[in-house]
Design a protein around this ligand. Structure first.
Ligand code: C2E
Ligand code: MG
Ligand code: MG
Ligand code: MG
Length: 292
């Protein structure tokens, strides 16, 4: 519920504020060199179609292997990279690497496994974004429709008028657009549909307490129904249990991404996952713990 969401935000701020100035300066300089030093890696979290039980795509999630700081999760460096502006070059690397990987899956006869990439506010404000996307697609020889870009409500709502233009321009490259973490901002799905979006991803804070939480259940059902009436594909994030899946399937949710099917995987483990039929409920238990 809302309390948990508030707590997470609070913890994030505490984490950032408790960093001493010296630590911050050190982390900044480490971060600046990290792209050149090839310290980033992408994990991939499979997404499963609830009707066919097939893996239709994966979200690319960045990890930072810092020789000084160890393994750093995105929540602990993306906000800093966003502040310093390093996110623009980091994000360009993510786009290139995710497209390269999707092209490799295609070439390996695994079909069109869509790859979803997160875009931050700073990247979205970068005037070269469209070029960066086109270059990543061209270099990988990947058709646009295989790539998805995830944006949060707040990123779009920062400058809604400009967002309409930029998103329309980006759409012409063929990529699909999704609203990430839907429900955590303050905009309505009907309003967001004025932007050329294809997919809505329901934030995992609404899924966590299903089906017991009456309000979360109502919100989730409403988003699925409205999403469908607007012609959108609806994806639920953070499905961890059989009862989450049962509820989402009953409500007609299209796809699910969550620990129930799999945690985020290294490229190597993702390859193994794609070679096997999806085993519901086995993903979380049978594969190595990579995050959280
Ligand atoms: P997100 O885009 O909403 O990604 C989903 C997050 O939820 C991932 O965390 C994933 O590991 C986690 N997750 C997925 N299923 C479950 C589940 O069943 N239970 C729980 N408890 N968690 C689940 P991760 O990888 O730590 O990423 C956190 C956030 O960092 C992402 O949230 C995204 O906002 C940001 N991020 C990650 N990679 C990138 C990137 O390349 N660029 C940018 N700009 N942001 C990124
Ligand atoms: Mg995302
Ligand atoms: Mg999300
Ligand atoms: Mg999130």
């Amino acid at each position: 519920g809302a309390k948990q969401r508030g707590k997470n935000t609070f913890q994030m701020y505490v984490r950032q504020m408790s960093m001493s100035l010296q630590q911050r300066v050190e982390m900044e300089s480490c971060l600046r060199q990290a792209v050149e030093n090839h310290e980033f890696t992408l994990f991939y979290q499979p997404r499963v179609d609830l009707r066919t039980n097939h893996c239709t795509g994966a979200e690319a999630l960045i990890r930072w292997n810092s020789p000084k700081l160890g393994l750093v999760m995105p929540a602990d460096f993306i906000p800093l990279a966003e502040e310093t502006g390093d996110i623009v070059s980091i994000g360009a690397w993510v786009l290139r690497e995710a497209c390269r990987q999707a092209a490799e899956w295609r070439a390996g006869g695994l079909g069109d496994i869509h790859v979803a990439v997160n875009l931050s506010a700073r990247q979205f404000a970068d005037t070269r974004l469209r070029e960066t996307i086109l270059e990543a697609l061209e270099d990988a020889r990947l058709p646009g429709h295989v790539l998805e870009l995830e944006l949060t409500e707040s990123v779009i709502m920062r400058q809604p008028e400009q967002a309409v233009h930029l998103l329309s321009a980006i759409k012409k490259t063929g990529v699909r657009l999704s609203i990430d973490d839907f429900g955590t901002g303050y905009s309505s799905l009907a309003y967001l549909n004025r932007f050329p979006i294809d997919i809505v991803k329901i934030d995992r804070s609404f899924i966590r307490h299903l089906p017991e939480s009456h309000s979360d259940a109502q919100i989730t059902s409403a988003v699925i129904a409205l999403g469908h009436s607007l012609g959108l594909t609806v994806i639920a994030e953070g499905a961890e249990t059989q009862s989450h899946i049962d509820f989402l399937r009953k409500e007609g949710c299209d796809e699910v991404q969550g620990y129930f099917f799999s945690r985020p995987l290294s490229a190597g483990d993702m390859r193994i996952f794609l070679d096997r039929p999806v085993q519901p409920g086995r993903g979380a238990a049978s594969l190595p713990h990579c995050t959280d």
